[in-house]
Design a protein around this ligand. Structure first.
Ligand SMILES: *[C@@H]1O[C@H](CO)[C@@H](O)[C@H](O)[C@H]1NC(C)=O
Length: 439
């Protein structure tokens, strides 16, 4: 889905003008609550290294041949390198990005011979852009980071980034999820370190897209006393709480990374393999049983038919992990008690129903659009309003930005101003713990 469409980013970058204003001198740095950015799927760089166990599917993908440029340790940037937009290289990329569910250990793992790592954990560096050789056209959180820095924030001092291997997800209780849980442990450490390094001031978590689902899990998997001590506020941008119909399109027919030249079928297997993509299938509560999301000449599928849908598109391997690991986890969207602000775009045409013809799922469907941010449906973006309606102790604020897309929320001036306003308001809350505890 929700993995970043590259060309959309190009356009968004050219259109957005970063508001370069004078650095605010009114803010007192040591009073600032540290900010931790949690990116969305595809929102940070990912490195890989190929070992002798790697079996290339074609001579071109041979590990000595592509990519030629690696560091001494053999590491290269797997996500993202614009070179992979060339068809023959797209296949090398896809086979290296693919992950596999291993039923024996009940967990996902990389393709044989492919080692991956996230670099610069703790810094915002790897979230700024995805391919530093083409900084501008692959920029991601750069404009947001610059805006936050204008409040007096400094990278790795009171502004941090939490990149992760976004292909992996988390699983319901009792199921191992090595990569995802390791990320949550590191994120927990980062929250504690950030707070400790800033006079015990609790942090503000700012997530984009899938990062919001991870951040909520972080909160809910730690005791209320921990949340209260370390987290001041959670700002979730464009979070797909209830999944997205767009995800069914990705599973059925592939998603061309937002680039018209890429054949979506070349990346479909890789995208199907991603555990985090499975996490973002439409959730029952937001997409009722009577609403078909995918329609074919022979059948119709609602959010209650995801298993049958996965089988019919030819991805039966996904059914077991979906039913055992994902479904029980997404049923719960517990309120963390920490104040939450959701900032979402709306009024952008968003895939709501997919109509497939006689040619099956290999052919792109006719799409009927509804409300949302262009990627995530409005019911999903607003899911917490319903979900936490009865939660008396949960502070929830929802800010809707008309016409702002899933990606534009990180770049558009109006949206950046709104996010900055929210961070400023949180920082000026004089009931905050540092002052209260000094009384
Ligand atoms: C947190 O701080 C400890 C002690 O300084 C350090 O060893 C660890 O790497 C830090 N972890 C993170 C995620 O920042």
């Amino acid at each position: 889905m929700v993995r970043l469409p590259v060309v959309m980013m190009v356009i968004a970058t050219m259109a957005a003008v970063v508001p370069y204003t004078c650095r605010s001198i009114t803010t007192n740095n040591h009073r600032l609550h540290p900010v931790i950015l949690v990116p969305g799927a595809g929102g940070n760089q990912l490195e890989a290294r190929l070992t002798s166990d790697y079996k290339a599917s074609s001579w071109l993908c041979n590990r000595w041949l592509y990519p030629l440029k690696k560091d001494e340790g053999g590491w290269f940037r797997l996500w993202f390198d614009v070179g992979v937009l060339l068809a023959p290289l797209t296949e090398c990329f896809a086979e290296r990005m693919t992950i596999y569910y291993d039923r024996d250990v009940d967990d996902y793992r990389n393709a044989p011979g492919v080692e991956t790592r996230v670099t610069q954990f703790g810094s915002t560096q790897s979230l700024l852009c995805l391919d530093p050789s083409l900084k501008h056209i692959t920029s991601y959180m750069e404009a947001l980071v610059e805006s936050i820095q204008q409040l007096g924030y400094k990278d790795s001092q009171n502004l941090f980034g939490a990149p992760y291997d976004f292909r992996y997800g988390l699983a319901s209780e009792g199921h191992p999820s090595y990569v995802g849980s390791t990320f949550l442990e590191n994120l927990k450490q980062l929250v504690e370190n950030a707070s400790n390094a800033n006079g015990g001031n609790p942090v503000i978590l700012v997530s984009h897209s899938l990062g919001g689902l991870f951040a909520l899990q972080l909160l809910n998997r730690n005791p209320p006393s921990w949340r209260k001590q370390y987290v001041k506020h959670f700002i979730a941008l464009s979070a797909p709480w209830g999944g997205a119909v767009d995800e069914m399109l990705t599973f059925a027919s592939g998603n061309a990374l937002g680039v018209p030249l890429v054949n979506p079928l070349l990346v479909r297997n890789e995208q199907r393999s991603s555990e985090s993509n499975l996490w973002l299938m439409p959730r029952r509560k937001q997409f009722p049983v009577e609403t078909p999301l995918v329609v074919t000449p022979d059948s119709a599928y609602s959010s209650f038919d995801i298993s049958r849908f996965l089988t019919d598109i030819g991805f039966e391997e996904g059914v077991y992990p979906y039913e055992t690991r994902i479904m029980p986890m997404v049923e719960e969207l517990a309120a963390p008690g920490v104040p939450v602000t959701c900032i979402v775009g709306n009024g952008v045409p968003t895939a709501e129903t997919l109509y497939y013809g006689e040619d099956g799922f290999d052919k792109q469907p006719e799409i009927v659009y509804g409300d949302g941010d262009g990627t995530v449906n409005i019911a999903s973006l607003l899911a917490l309003e319903d979900e936490w309606e009865e939660e008396k102790d949960q502070k929830l604020k929802v800010i809707k930005l008309a016409g702002i897309s899933h990606m534009d929320i990180l770049k558009d001036d109006k949206s950046l101003a709104r996010i900055i306003d929210e961070i400023t308001t949180i920082n000026s809350d004089i009931s905050s713990s540092s002052l209260a505890s000094s009384l």
